[in-house]
Ligand binder design. Sequence first.
Ligand SMILES: [Zn+2]
Length: 61
Amino acid sequence: MEQWHCFKCKEPMVESDVDMAYLETTGAIEGIRCPKCGATYLLEETVVEKVNKVEELLESK
Ligand SMILES: [Zn+2]
């Protein structure tokens, strides 16, 4: 996996579950967290995957 660094403090980020809310869906997905300042980032590819699934669900209603 690619190594990410916090854009604020340049600490190496650690993998962590991150809560997200998008449209009507909430849940913890894979993301990264800065151990120093606690900032969390979602991994873009994970978000895209999740959002695509949500949009499929919404369209199939
Ligand atoms: Zn940080």
